[in-house]
Design a protein around this ligand. Structure first.
Ligand SMILES: [Zn+2]
Length: 117
């Protein structure tokens, strides 16, 4: 790369000696720029690794939240199945042993309020 650059400079200015002088100035700058480029490449690779790690964390957290949501929905379904509306008598079969608690019972009323929020 630098030999090719030196050759192009020599051809451009028409002097190998002038190209050598220019290269003493350009060479350290090329080295510095290559080091800077490597630092930026390393930083980009680190950022990508961090992005992938956080994406994996986000996926695991989403799966956990979906699982917890499903468990909560299933728990609500189980509670609702315990508190059945006796259509003929107009009360909750579980809560009202003698028909003294009308439909909806406090449990179902609380669940219905939660659905409205
Ligand atoms: Zn009930």
């Amino acid at each position: 790369m630098t030999d090719d650059l030196r050759q192009r400079i020599a051809e451009s200015v028409g002097s190998a000696k002038a190209a050598d002088i220019v290269m003493t100035i350009v060479q350290p700058e090329l080295i510095r720029l290559r080091k800077d480029m490597q630092l930026w490449c390393d930083a980009a690779a680190s950022a990508e690794k961090l992005r992938q790690h956080q994406a994996a964390d986000a996926d695991r957290y989403e799966q956990q939240l979906r699982h917890e949501r499903d468990e909560a929905v299933n728990a609500l379904d189980r509670v609702r199945s315990l508190h059945q509306h006796n259509e003929d008598a107009g009360y909750c079969d579980l809560c009202s042993k003698h028909g003294d608690i009308t439909w909806p019972c406090a449990t179902i009323a609380a669940l219905d309020r939660a659905k409205e929020v």
